[in-house]
Write a protein that binds this ligand. Structure first.
Ligand code: BDR
Ligand code: CA
Length: 313
């Protein structure tokens, strides 16, 4: 089984991924760490606690993290995508539990140090918590099993600017640190997540399989679906964040390539991810001085969506 910490800004597609992390028999969810992004930090933590409780897993620790980017001013969360409450503005039950007293970064450092070499960090929001954890314990790079990030785009173009994907754009300085830290890292970006479309028929199966949690997943999906219909002209939603877990458990559904990554931190292209495939002889040497990462380039999108639905349905 895969012991993971799931770093998230829930978020409609985050909620689907959290459900998978809670339910999949081969995932051991050690905790959620929250970040601002799709919503403000208090809302993110509230939603994290709520989703665990609805799944009957109020035992899962939820540690609160970054309230904004490391350097640049905070970009307000776009309420038309995930709703002001992050879950499609549906009515939500009360949260009973309390967040972990530690910061997200401290939670990550403590948990990884308890089980060196075993824990995978799966991050599906802006990555400030991972950058902060590295600051607390730089040797974390040697102690995590792997870091899997939903974010970025190397060939596909962006979703918040022509070149930037939202999670990278929301904290490019943190992303640059995290993507070049030298830990084993896999990037699951728009190049593959845009090939996966969760249709209303898939969501019906998920709703039927998830009880109380299913109502929240389906209700928030309906709102997210309107956004996709209006702005992308498709009937269905990209389950971005679940793709990171799909890569972890079903890597054979993806084609990856090794290469060097960087994130543009300033200017018109801020948040853009750059990818230099391994072995190419570029004239600027510094391209090959950053550590190697593994980047997802292609995917069997239908198989991923079927895996998500079968896991939750
Ligand atoms: C990413 O941005 C967020 O809106 C989604 O939750 C996902 O993590 C996709 O670009
Ligand atoms: Ca997210």
């Amino acid at each position: 089984s895969h012991p993971i910490i799931f770093d998230t800004d829930p978020g409609v597609d985050d909620a689907q991924a959290i459900a998978i992390a809670l339910r999949h028999p081969e995932i051991e969810l050690l905790g959620l760490t929250t970040t601002y992004g799709n919503v403000d930090i208090e809302t993110a933590t509230h939603n994290g606690l709520l989703l665990c409780e609805l799944a009957g897993r109020g035992d899962v620790p939820v540690a609160q993290g970054a309230a904004g980017p490391m350097v640049k001013p905070r970009h307000p969360a776009p309420a038309h995508i995930h709703g002001a409450n992050g879950l499609g503005n549906i009515e939500l039950p009360e949260v009973k539990g309390k967040k972990d007293p530690r910061s997200a970064a401290q939670f990550i450092v403590d948990t990884v140090n308890e089980r060196p070499g075993e824990v995978t960090l799966v991050a599906v929001g802006p990555v400030g918590n991972l950058a902060a954890a590295l600051q607390l314990d730089p040797a974390l790079t040697e102690k995590v099993k792997r870091v899997v990030i939903m974010g970025g785009s190397v060939r596909e173009g962006g979703n918040v600017t022509p070149v930037a994907e939202a999670n990278m754009f929301n904290d490019p300085h943190a992303a640059q640190r995290v993507l070049t830290a030298g830990w084993p890292l896999t990037l699951v970006g728009l190049d593959v997540t845009h090939r996966c479309v969760l249709t209303p028929a898939h969501m019906q199966r998920i709703e039927a399989g998830q009880g109380e949690l299913g109502k929240v997943l389906a209700g928030s999906y309906a709102f997210y679906r309107d956004f996709y219909r209006e702005f992308l002209g498709i009937d269905g939603c990209c389950p971005h964040d679940s793709c990171a877990l799909a890569w972890l458990l079903r890597p054979e559904l993806f084609t990856t390539a090794p290469g060097h990554l960087a994130v543009i931190t300033e200017g018109l292209a801020e948040g853009q991810t750059l990818f230099a495939p391994e072995g190419r002889d570029f004239i600027q040497e510094r391209w090959s001085q950053t550590p190697l990462a593994e980047v997802c380039l292609e995917v069997d999108g239908e198989a991923v969506v079927e895996w998500i639905t079968a896991t939750l349905g």
